[in-house]
Write a protein that binds this ligand. Sequence first.
Ligand code: ADP
Ligand code: ZN
Ligand code: ZN
Length: 730
Amino acid sequence: MYAEVIVDISASNVDKIFDYDISGFEVSEGYRVLVPFGKFKVEGFIIRIKEQTSYDKSKVKSILGAVDDFPVINSEMIKLMHHMCKLYHLKYINVLRLFIPAEMRTGKVKSLSKKVVTFVGEKQEIIKNIRKNAINQLNLLEFLVKNEKYYKSELNEKYSSQAVNKFVELGFLIESNEEYLRAPSFNKIENNKVELSQLQQRAVTQILGGRDKTHLLFGVTGSGKTEVYMNVIEKIISENKTAIMLVPEISLTPQVLSNFKARFGEAVAILHSGLSTGERFDEWKRIRFGEAKIVVGARSAIFAPIQNVGIIIIDEEHEQSYNSESNPRYFTKDVAEFRRKYNSCPLVLGSATPSLESFNKAEKGEYNLIEMPVRINGKEMPKIQIIDMLNEIRAGNNGIFSRTLLYELENCFKNNKQAMLFINRRGFSSFMRCTECGYIAKCDSCDVSLVYHKDDEMLKCHYCGKRFKALTKCPECGSVRIRQGAVGTQRIVEELKKYFPNVQAFRMDNDTTQVKNAYQKILGEFGKTKPAVLVGTQMIAKGHDFKDVTIVGIVDADQSLYQTDYKSTERTFELITQMSGRAGRNESEGRVVLQTYAPRHYAYKFIANYNYKGFYNKEINLRETAKFPPFTKIIRLLFTSEHEDLAREVVKKCYNKIFDIAQQNADDFVYYDAMKSPVTRIKNKFRYQILIRIKKEHEQEIINKIYDACDECVHNKVSFFVEINPSSLS
Ligand code: ADP
Ligand code: ZN
Ligand code: ZN
């Protein structure tokens, strides 16, 4: 018998399927095996078993043995691997590595075992053997129940090891070793089941009635989506099926976990980055061996080895973090769609601000749209005031806070309440802006803001490649007060100290959350302090409910508006809407102050009225006109190498082939060009790219042609990556 093996080496010239002889070994599809490879012994994954090999039998080597005593991946995942490789041009091994806990590969994590004892005696009999004053033994006996197992160490602790050993000696307790699973800790809370509202009930009925569909659950913040998920899962579990529930890493709060544990107990397995290595491994095993029926986790939980999936839920489906933006790049929703089809089960995408792409699919009928437009408690969303920062400058206020925001903050602190100040600083905002009139340098043919490239003092368009001289003077008003970049959280905290020296300010951004649990700690401290203010990036836009937050200030709303990709406006709408939902969660009324240099921008008009559909209609029309996703697919082929001439050579060859493909499919191509990447060198590797935009219809066919063409041109000293609809083009 032979096995097709993918070896665990991530070099492009090794990304092939190798045949090995498995005669005499007890292995099957999905096993990890040790194989001879060149001069080395390496690990590999069996992806297929077959009777024959097409290679010279005398040259086919034998495997050396199995790594584990069970298959680590199942046939669904092997099919998924093939699917992902084809879709995103990934290497087999890089996909397979997603399917098992990283520590398994390095052998750094092992199963643990613990001594257990089983009670076998008769209580009446034993009593005769115990002295009347042996309190520990009597208490222990009282505790033991026939045929139950106990961890010996726990009994030792409670009733003394002498008492326990005495019972073992007398044969009332039988010792054995058993695998011990490390479980993530969580706060135990009561399971408070609520009566569903009519809207919630309708949502549950629609999901359970549409088992072959993808549903978009469009429910405002506080409409009770979580309760819908839990009810659906309850039903699915009662049918002996399993569930996958994804939430963004940042909202995997202890509260969410406690809720699920309270409702479903041991049936829940948790997967997220806060777990210890051992916990993650053991939770993975509980899933793998069918002990856990519900996986609650962040992005990577979509690869959980759970079988017989009855429902997949992606909460906050608009979240960018569901897309892997480093190798291997993938879209969690694509993976979820694959698993939905494979398991013939429903997929639920939930959000208060659905991605345009998802809402578009709902509009076209590809998704079933379920709406929950009102909050459970019936409360209105907080009022949003739009403040024109240019007016402030004209009135002589050059600070970063408007007069309105300062006034609102003062009131808030006087009443012993809390405030949140928010700036969006995803990545490095490198647009150029006139601080006098608010002018932003934009590309004249793409309507996206230009990126400032410091090295050659140029402004470049990341979509069409056009180049412009960096601004020294504003073309609108002639002012020389041009600013590049943005205000940071640190600066805001410093300013706050000047105005409100006695109010405690907490800061949350990438810099302050590097240490483990820092995120929870800062939020915890803030929650306990009054008055107080929390200053942060988009990290604070979701997650915890703080009932004393009455003011939300969006210090520089425009920062996300003028990022350089086509999704900037969508992201702004989503972030500000989510952020506004933080204010006035309780009895006290909430207010939002939104500071902008572009008060008339259409996004703000829709944001102020919480008008998602109005925004959607406007934005989707713009996308269609400008030929951006979801009407096209953007493909970025990125080539990196330490040898610049080699990289350039490969890019040129690929470009020529793509040119030919474009000639033959002229109707499908909107645009294609080759260029240096905006960041021209990272870690001593030169970066070149080919950007392509293709109309949606048979785009996958063309993309496959492009992959094939590029594969013919690659050089082993040039790395080649593919990105689909990248959100950042650095
Ligand atoms: P969403 O996820 O849609 O923003 P949540 O699921 O967080 O909303 O629900 C908001 C609040 O309403 C939570 O505190 C939740 O416990 C509560 N809730 C949800 N459904 C009900 C219900 N049917 N009756 C009473 N309270 C509910
Ligand atoms: Zn100007
Ligand atoms: Zn352009």
